[in-house]
Design a protein around this ligand. Sequence first.
Ligand code: NDP
Ligand code: MG
Length: 395
Amino acid sequence: MTERAKTSLAVLGATGSIGRSVLDIVGRYPDRYEIMVLAAHHNAEALAELALQHRPRHVVLTGSEAFPLLESRLSETDIHLHQGDAALLSCLDEDIDLTVNGISGIAGLLPSLRVLQHGGTLAIANKESLVAAGALLKDTCQRYDGIILPTDSEHNAIFQVWYERHVKTISHITLTASGGPFLTTPIEDFPHITAEQALRHPRWSMGPKISIDSATMMNKGLEIIEACVLFDLPEHQVEVMVHPQSVIHGMITYSDGSTLAQLGPADMRVPLSYVLAWPDRLPWLAESQDATDHPKLDFSKLDFMPLDPARFPSVELARQAWRQGGLAPCIMNAANEVAVTAFLQHQIGFADIMASVEHTLSVMSVGKEISLESVLDSNDEAMAVTRSWIAKKGK
Ligand code: NDP
Ligand code: MG
């Protein structure tokens, strides 16, 4: 039997929730995967720890302050160390079979483009880049024969039950939403919600930005746009259903009356193992002795309810931005990114997140043409407009 070559990987956002889940699976299969690039932004200590464990060829820290710490922690190894955004892009020029982009925020855009410009395979968890520059990513993917693997759990669910031959008969797809921590909180209490409360997601364990997005449900708004981009569907064919148990992640309803769904535990390692092995599957659960890897799915208590637009206006806001087109989704995403950071830093209240996004969208021109330059310019301008709205509010 011939020995199969290892799959070479780049893991971007290695120190984050997605990155660690990827490395958890990859670490179980040392004969199957080799890590070419591990990258993070500030957290040199955690990155060094992961590098010592997984022995990548290149390690990149895009932020600068902690780089000396990374150097000192890895000085006894032969791992190549790099610092800065440009260095990260250069490392992606290596011979890499699969890149998992688990960077949070718009910072994930340029690395995704670089992978696709090489005709590479990109497992994209970084939804912000798909929202801000979906057309650009899709065009680049097509032009250079790249592959985008939907990795966000709902989109991965749709991807798992997708059958190209039946696309024309899709009636609609459904993305499920757990509803986040404030599904039943009285709306009058929303102005008093603290960052600490909003970070406590009832089902998923995730990084801070997406946890706040889940609390405002902007996460679902971003995901509607992400689905339109990934699956080339009009927005009215992307439905959302609140499903607090997070057992069903996504469904496709066909016009002959059949609905196909993907179900699984609320554990990102499930969709991540799918993209890591695609087009095969990894038997990682069957091989795991760890009881915590085996949560029992309880099918006896599955609730579904429509989304309450008064409670979560973010979802309709995102739909409007997508319908408006041009740079509106980019502007919305940028404003949201700044507002979420400000909320986490206790500069604004919970309800101000949506108010600041609405304000920025109302004062900026959405243009029409989407190019890398126009996306980056609009992103920067929207961030500046939002910061100034927040600063004025604080006075
Ligand atoms: P985390 O905050 O846990 O991790 C973010 C990672 O990105 C960290 O490794 C961080 O490095 C790195 N990073 C942050 N800023 C930059 C930057 N400017 N340049 C390069 N790297 C940077 O986020 P998550 O893992 O939760 O989410 C990552 C992405 O995946 C997001 O887009 C999210 O929406 C999406 N996603 C996440 C899911 C989840 O379950 N967590 C589910 C579905 C999608 P450092 O630690 O050094 O700061
Ligand atoms: Mg999701």
